[in-house]
Design a protein around this ligand. Structure first.
Ligand code: GRF
Length: 186
């Protein structure tokens, strides 16, 4: 079993999907969920699944480095970190401790629509395809080597919510599959 941590800040549908994926269950041990938002509903999901949760509010730390050092102390021996809606930029200091071992999922066809509200921005631009990307994390926001992408043609008869739902379905199919690939290839 490979020890991993999942970082999330919000709803946690990707977290839940990873934690309950039958194939991943045989491969990874989710040592903990790291959550920077004490109000996030992902925390409830982790409790439901009996997964240890490290709730770390950055406001309680003097600096970003102190905040990250505290997280590092708690996850030192994990082999991989999977970001699933973690809304913070990871510092070069932290990245240095997990070189090539941090993976993120982003709801756009990177390098397009980096940052927040990607689905909404793409939808408002009436792009032909909306998609998702799974990528290694580096110093750039939503930068880093892309590992996998997938997309669908947008039907503009659907609402933004409906399209968002389709994006999440794609994420839920692709993230576990690609994590399994990363873990078995390395
Ligand atoms: C997902 O769209 C993910 O790609 C992005 O943040 C969102 C998190 O959704 N990074 P959820 O909290 O997993 O439901």
């Amino acid at each position: 079993m490979i020890d991993v941590a999942i970082f999330a800040s919000g709803t946690g549908s990707n977290f839940y999907n990873l934690a309950t994926n039958p194939e991943l269950k045989n491969l990874i041990n989710i040592r903990c969920l790291v959550c920077d938002n004490p109000k996030a509903s992902v925390i409830e999901k982790a409790k439901l699944l009996n997964i240890e949760t490290l709730i770390v509010n950055p406001k309680n730390f003097d600096s970003k480095i102190d905040y990250e050092k505290y997280i590092l102390e708690n996850i030192e021996d994990v082999k991989y970190i999977f970001l699933a809606g973690y809304m913070r930029i990871i510092s070069p200091y932290f990245l240095g401790k997990f070189k090539g071992k941090i993976v993120n999922i982003h709801p756009s066809l990177l390098p397009l629509y980096k940052g927040k509200d990607s689905i909404k921005r793409a939808f408002e631009d009436k792009v032909e395809f909306i998609g998702i990307s799974i990528h290694y994390v580096n110093e750039e926001v939503d930068g880093g080597q892309i590992l996998a992408q997938d997309k669908f043609r947008v039907d503009y008869k659907l609402s933004l919510d409906e399209v968002t739902q389709k994006v999440h379905e794609l994420e839920h199919r692709l993230y576990p599959k690609n994590i399994i690939k990363i873990l078995t290839d390395n």
